[in-house]
Ligand binder design. Structure first.
Ligand code: BG6
Ligand code: MG
Length: 214
């Protein structure tokens, strides 16, 4: 019995993945490192620190330098986030959140991003979500199951009553490790391990989702 939907944020409800990419790219250029869109695919869904490690491709840096680089990237990212508006919700996202509310199903945002609460506020969807688990939680980031398990605990639900909506391979892996079903948004090469694969949330309705997951 499905009682809750746990949504990843970046790349699922809004296209912040593009802002993350632009911010990392700006940092990479300043450091004289190459960083393509293809390189960026590996960063989808992973934490800020792991992302930096992937960007550096083995280049050694001190802890102080790493901290400073992450701070810089975040500054660039926030320049974009501060300009976000409810119109930056991806097509279908608001409708689905509304349908879940009307159907009395619980909802949570489960994101590796420390900026998730700010993004939720900018998108104006705080009223439509029951809980936010973000990258500040004292837990391992995706692909570990921790963040999803924490959300289930906060919603007082067993993991198998929760369905995850994710755009990252690391997120699908985390959902399955948590004992939850996963809906993957995006190409099969990325989210093919999910229980249900859809291109995005455009035109997606709760009734059909529940049927497809049955
Ligand atoms: C994830 C994004 O949601 O959050 C990653 O998919 C990002 O691209 C990660 O690196 C951490 O975000 P932040 O805002 O804490 O740097
Ligand atoms: Mg994502």
């Amino acid at each position: 019995m499905i009682r809750a939907f746990l949504f990843d944020l970046d790349g699922v409800l809004t296209d912040t993945s593009e802002f993350h990419y632009q911010a990392w790219k700006r940092l990479a250029e300043e450091l004289g490192l190459s960083f393509s869109r293809e390189d960026n695919e590996a960063l989808r869904g992973v934490s800020r620190r792991q992302s930096l490690a992937l960007l550096l491709k083995g280049r050694p840096v001190s802890e102080a330098e790493a901290e400073q680089m992450m701070e810089r990237k975040n500054r660039y990212y926030l320049e974009q986030v501060r300009q976000m508006q409810p119109g930056d919700l991806l097509p279908g996202a608001a409708d689905l959140l509304g349908e879940l509310r009307s159907a009395n199903l619980r909802t949570a945002i489960v994101s590796s991003s420390k900026n998730a609460p700010l993004v939720v506020e900018r998108l104006g969807i705080a009223e439509l979500v029951d809980w936010i688990v973000d990258g500040n939680a004292p837990a391992r980031s995706k692909p570990a199951p921790d963040l999803f398990l924490l959300a289930a605990e906060k919603l007082h639900l067993p993991p198998n009553a929760c369905v995850v909506v994710e755009d990252a391979a690391a997120g699908i892996e985390a959902a399955h490790a948590a004992g939850m079903r996963a809906i993957g948004l995006g190409p099969h090469e990325r989210v093919g391990a999910a229980d249900l694969v859809l291109p995005n949330l455009h035109g997606v309705h709760l009734n059909t989702l529940l049927e497809q997951l049955r």
